[in-house]
Design a protein around this ligand. Structure first.
Ligand code: SAH
Length: 483
């Protein structure tokens, strides 16, 4: 979060003062008839400016803008009096002599000037703009690095979807009713927080015009009727294998708008840090061999917080519905009338495969993939795994939670008929900074050099497709096979 210091630092002044200027019906002098000026003309027209163009000749686009009336008036040559009554001037002529004349005439009339692409000669710069009118985000890098400003704008485009425009309009139209209905600022803030984030916001963004206002007013009635108890929900969110870059945009938004996050031990700090400062973070993690929070406690806590009107995020490594107990949690919540939705995540096997460049399916090699747990709820269930069904040479097996049973897994698959030379990989901490991999034929995998982090989340990929990972050909494999 960026906080602007209120105390001025004379050695390091803010290079520009950002303002949003109302140009509707105001005269803007625009110099130049080429592409650069035409792109400014389009922007000025969008803001409703009355454009006075000064240009000896016109490019095709500019001629069209003039013909269609987007540009009101054109003069072939500049005269200082053309600046009388102008609110700003933009010089896109690229003609240094003309620039000098415009700047001196503008200076004596107090008209601020922008000279396109010449920051040293500008009184003001035109920022990179993200237009979700009425929401407008303007980005400046002090005029020095317009490419960086554009890059920042692209990131904002992803964070502020086009639907925000409709959301902002609906919020503005519903503002008066909310102000009338809720007397305290705190209540109004709580209400808008609820409306503008989470699943309701996603729904509103997809609505047209009045429908969104009606929905906001319906939420207002629910808010008033249920007070603090209204509108809570649980979102089961997949955090992916560990790299924050592998979160979905929906997941990142849900994390950023949660009141409370109940997270697994697998979710790294780099992802938890996307939460707001006020968000309560509760670790309900289970790691093999460690004492864990009872599932019943997690279930009850989620239900209780949702009933209090909180936005609850249940954040799980990988995908919530793959070995994540999300199915049980969703049933528990649904049975108690708590609204629950899910956001998918990239499961560990897919993250690992991408990192290793390993095709999980490959034409003529692997027609299917299977996601399997090598560790069930009870040892009886674990013993009952049907290895014969799994020992299919045309399939890529992704075995989760099997690191401590490598010997058994290898022996069972071979006994069930899988060729002992079938390629395999043990991948630990996939998509994290400390990722590690051991490649070996399935018969040799139990004797592969130990992992550095013996407690790391690890999975085993087995199948001929594994040999298509570029790392398969490394020394490790040869050494282990020869031993
Ligand atoms: N829902 C998760 C799986 C949870 S079960 C998912 O979809 O990925 C936990 C198991 O997932 C771990 O024991 C390990 O086998 C696997 N796992 C999770 N993250 C991993 C990672 N970054 N690298 C390797 N394996 C991982």
């Amino acid at each position: 979060m960026l906080h602007l210091s209120s105390r001025p630092d004379p050695a390091n002044p803010m290079p520009y003062f950002p303002i949003f200027l109302d140009l509707r019906g105001r005269t803007v002098l625009l110099a130049g008839g080429g592409e650069a000026a035409a792109s400014k003309a389009r922007l000025l027209a969008r803001a409703g400016a009355d454009i006075l163009l000064v240009a000896p000749s016109l490019c095709e686009e500019m001629a069209e803008l003039l013909e269609t009336g987007v540009i009101r008036r054109r003069e072939k040559a500049f005269r200082p009096d053309l600046l009388d009554g102008a609110i700003i001037a933009i010089d896109g002529s690229g003609d240094p002599d003309l620039t000098d004349r415009i700047r001196s005439a503008a200076f004596s009339r107090n008209v601020p000037v922008n000279v396109v692409d010449v920051p040293e000669q500008c009184d003001f710069t035109v920022p990179a703009i993200l237009d979700r009118s009425p929401v407008i985000v303007a980005v400046s890098t002090g005029g020095g690095a317009p490419a960086l400003a554009r890059n920042i704008r692209q990131r904002l485009e992803a964070a502020i979807p086009a639907g925000y425009a409709g959301l902002a309009k609906a919020a503005a139209n519903a503002r008066a009713s909310v102000r009338d209905a809720l007397s305290t600022t705190r209540d109004r803030q709580r209400f808008w927080d609820r409306v503008l984030s989470g699943t309701l916001a996603e729904r509103l963004m997809a609505m047209e015009g009045d429908a969104a206002v009606t929905e906001i007013e319906a939420e207002l009635s629910r808010f008033i009727a249920g007070g603090r108890d209204a509108g809570g929900s649980v979102i089961l969110v997949g955090a992916g294998p560990g790299d924050p870059g592998l979160l979905t945009l929906h997941a990142a938004r849900a994390i950023g708008s949660a009141d409370i996050i109940l997270h697994d031990a697998l979710v790294p700090d780099s992802i938890l840090s996307l939460a707001r400062r006020e968000t309560r973070l509760v670790s309900v993690g289970k790691r093999a061999g460690c004492r864990s929070v009872p599932q019943e406690f997690t279930n009850r806590l989620m239900a209780a917080c949702a009933r209090k009107g909180m936005r609850v995020v249940r954040l799980k490594g990988g995908d919530p519905f793959i070995f994540g107990r999300a199915g049980e949690e969703a049933e528990f919540l649904r049975d108690r009338g708590v609204s629950v939705t899910a956001i998918p995540g990239i499961t560990a096997a897919m993250g690992a495969a991408a990192q290793l460049g390993l095709p999980l399916t490959h034409r003529g090699v692997a027609r299917s993939m299977r996601v399997v747990t090598a560790h069930c709820r009870t040892s009886g269930e674990t013993d009952a795994i049907d290895w014969v069904k799994l020992a299919d040479p045309g399939t890529t097996l992704a075995l989760y939670m099997g690191r401590d049973r490598l010997g058994e897994i290898s022996a069972s698959l071979i006994a069930a008929g899988l060729p002992p030379d079938t390629p395999a990989a043990l991948v630990a901490n996939a998509c994290r900074p400390d990722a590690e991999v051991r490649f070996a034929a399935i018969k040799d995998l139990p004797n592969a050099p130990a992992l550095t982090d013996q407690g790391a989340p690890s999975l085993i990929l087995v199948g001929d497709a594994v040999a298509h990972a570029p790392g398969w050909a490394v020394a490790d494999v040869a050494r282990i096979s020869a031993a």
